[in-house]
Design a protein around this ligand. Structure first.
Ligand code: SAM
Ligand code: DTB
Ligand code: SF4
Length: 335
């Protein structure tokens, strides 16, 4: 194995494939130990950040993402819904706050928002922020003017996943290019909004594709502040409905690699938890995941639900992140 100097406080933007491979290929216990060591030097231990999702516009999406329930190209049993009202958003955000979420993420099944819709979403963002929650939206591809309007409205995060490696991307989506995703991420970054970008594992990609996906993210000019790692939810009616399930240890390895390559980014164990055992999730948290989505439903698909999660988190002694941000001094004391 190549000897890599992993300084837990250094942020690097020049990871090579060789370096990334030599990290992920290590014996599992070495990899997890290294990832958890880096995790503890950057995050409060035994703490989990909770986000809540809401689909604000559901289905009939013109894009053909092979994993997605909301694409108009697939025949999925899904209740489609136009953009919901501000009142519905406020009610859902209030509930999320009561459930212990600190971030509220609104998703719309669009290729990109229209000028009219962006104004409506900006009102939603302000409503969420006024409740004291961090706001996040995921609306597809943005124009510079859209990003600016969202930034002016006070949006904290924009979610835009690169999903997989550039090479594998063409096999899962044909209606847009990998570069289109990077362009939107660039616009978000330039507008001053924090970037949330990650991907999906278990779509039939190779380990090298997973590594390259993380290399693209970690070699951006700045690391995304949030990196969601989704395990494919195999949705009946989508082209990936019968994809070969990925061994969960591969998920653990990719989470560890994300933690090591982007030491200060929040790594979120996102879609797919409903099919994971508590033990798999414990390994993911040990490998550096420190955030989850709450609730019974993600955007359209199942999530474990709060009663089940409360039991699991209690068993692990993991506490929800407080709304008071940890300063580095407090983190030192809490170690
Ligand atoms: N339309 C917007 C977009 O594509 O960016 C926002 C919504 S889209 C549902 C957000 C992300 O959810 C996708 O980029 C993908 O990573 C993830 N996702 C969607 N369907 C999924 C599935 N079946 N399993 C796992 N992750 C999924
Ligand atoms: C992300 O990476 N995962 C979330 C959020 N960002 C928007 C979405 C997961 C969607 C899972 C499938 C569904 O609910 O339809
Ligand atoms: Fe549309 Fe987003 Fe689903 Fe792709 S992932 S089909 S862009 S909602």
């Amino acid at each position: 194995m190549q000897n890599i100097d992993i300084n837990k406080n250094d942020l690097r933007y020049d990871w090579t494939s060789e370096e990334a491979n030599s990290i992920i290929d290590q014996p599992l216990m070495n990899l997890i130990y290294q990832a958890q060591t880096i995790h503890r030097s950057n995050f409060a231990k035994n703490t989990i950040q909770k986000s809540k999702l809401l689909s604000i516009k559901t289905g009939s999406c013109p894009e053909d993402c092979s994993y997605c329930s909301q694409s108009a190209h697939h025949n999925v049993n899904l209740k489609k819904e136009p953009l919901i009202s501000l009142g519905e958003v406020k009610k859902a955000a209030q509930e999320a706050l009561q459930e212990g979420a600190t971030r509220f993420c609104m998703g719309a099944a669009w290729r990109g928002p229209t000028d009219k819709n962006i104004d409506l979403v900006c009102d939603m963002v302000k409503t969420v922020n006024d409740l004291g929650l961090e706001s996040c939206v995921t609306l597809g591809m943005l124009k510079d003017e859209h990003a600016k309007k969202l930034a002016d409205a006070g949006l904290n995060y924009y979610n835009h996943n690169i999903d997989t490696s550039e090479e594998f991307y063409k096999s899962i989506i044909t209606t847009r290019k990998f570069k289109d995703r990077l362009d939107t991420i660039d616009k978000v970054r330039n507008s001053g909004i924090k970037v949330c970008s990650g991907g999906i594992v278990g779509m039939g990609e190779t380990r090298q594709d997973r590594v390259e996906m993380l290399r693209t993210l970690s070699n951006l000019d700045e690391h995304p502040e949030s990196v969601p790692i989704n395990m494919l939810i195999r949705i009946p009616g989508t082209p990936l409905a019968d994809a070969e399930p990925l061994d969960h240890i591969e998920l653990v390895r990719i989470i560890a690699l994300a933690r090591i390559m982007m030491p200060k980014s929040t790594v979120r164990l996102s879609a797919g938890r409903a099919e994971m055992s508590d033990s798999t999730q414990a390994l993911c948290f040990l490998a550096g995941a420190s955030s989850i989505f709450l609730g019974d439903i993600l955007l359209t698909a199942d999530n474990p639900g709060n009663s089940k999660d409360d039991i699991m988190l209690d068993k692990f002694g993991l506490k929800g992140e407080s709304k008071i941000k940890y300063s580095s001094e407090i983190m030192e004391i809490s170690k």
